[in-house]
Design a protein around this ligand. Structure first.
Ligand code: SF4
Ligand code: SF4
Length: 105
């Protein structure tokens, strides 16, 4: 198994009870920079969608790619992320899984 900071982050999350995880997500949401991004829209704001890199893609709000500012978010480096456009492509975990499937096919 990989031992980079994102993998360690996921292992740490998995070791916690879900109620504790939700609190952590709320804390991270406060630092998520998506609301400053050109792709972020009113629908996402109204439904309080944030933290796509961990929680996965926008349910139905963001469907127009107007650029992604994730790499400039303070959490991007802290989490050890490698992807972007998480609101349109899915979480970092999903993107990494897709890469492994592509490599093995
Ligand atoms: S990396 Fe992107 S999706 Fe993740 S918290 Fe930062 S701005 Fe939000
Ligand atoms: S995940 Fe990237 S593209 Fe989507 S709203 Fe956040 S910063 Fe913008």
């Amino acid at each position: 198994m990989e031992n980079d900071s994102f993998t360690r982050l996921i292992l740490d999350l998995k070791s916690r009870k879900k109620e504790e995880r939700w609190k952590i997500y709320d804390r991270w949401k406060a630092s998520c920079a998506c609301s400053q991004c050109p792709s972020y829209n009113e629908c996402a704001r109204e439904t309080d969608e944030l933290l796509y890199c961990i929680l996965g893609m926008s349910n139905s709000c963001i469907r127009e790619d107007r650029h992604c500012t994730c790499p400039s978010c303070s959490l991007y480096r802290e989490f050890g992320l490698s992807g972007k456009d998480f609101c349109m492509k899915g979480s970092e975990a999903a993107i990494r899984f897709e890469r492994t499937v592509e490599k093995s096919s």
